[in-house]
Design a protein around this ligand. Sequence first.
Ligand code: SAM
Length: 212
Amino acid sequence: MFESLRQKMVAELVVGAGITDPRVIAAMEKVPRHRFVDSGLAHQAYSGRSLPIGFGQTISHPTTVAFMSQLLQISGGEKVLEIGTGSGYQAAVLAAMGAKVFTIERVPELAWRAREIFEQLGYYTIAVRTGDGSLGWSQHAPYDRIVVTAASPKVPKTLLQQLKDGGKLLIPVSSADEVQLVVATREQDEVRITYQKFRNFVPLIGREGWEL
Ligand code: SAM
């Protein structure tokens, strides 16, 4: 049953939303999204609904995951830092695309739960840590890609510093009335930035994010 719901989700909310990267499509056809939400919500996991994962947080919408994953241009073997593990679904999709993923979550219970699911499903190329992701994860830096799945008031300097030369950072940046998705690419000491209007995200809470 979940298999056919997943195919339908990919047809409607991934391919139907204009995503063309075959790696993204194949990964989202494979990753069992229903395992990343509470079992009571499993039947809704393949809909376009926003689903709670506890602690006031939500699993990212399938189209958002597909869109961000496509923008990251994963061809296999990239080292990716994700800030905001949440349910773990985005990290699992990136791992299924061939990336080695380091993911940080500030809510310890969410980080523990995601680690357990990765173990159960055999995603051995994902490392999870609890902490303030606005400060990155210096131990494994530099990264080919950095993706932030919560909205920040600015692009944290520390994250730019942990980006490889030629690397790419995606981060939703929010102001009082809108959210922009910032794509920053680093070429030696130069950082090129583009913006596009984006959907709402929960706040990035941390030293280089929003203060509590
Ligand atoms: N990527 C997730 C998924 O696939 O389910 C969705 C993430 S949810 C929209 C955003 C997450 O960012 C929340 O779980 C929240 O606790 C986390 N978060 C907020 N500020 C953070 C910070 N400074 N460091 C790490 N995680 C943070």
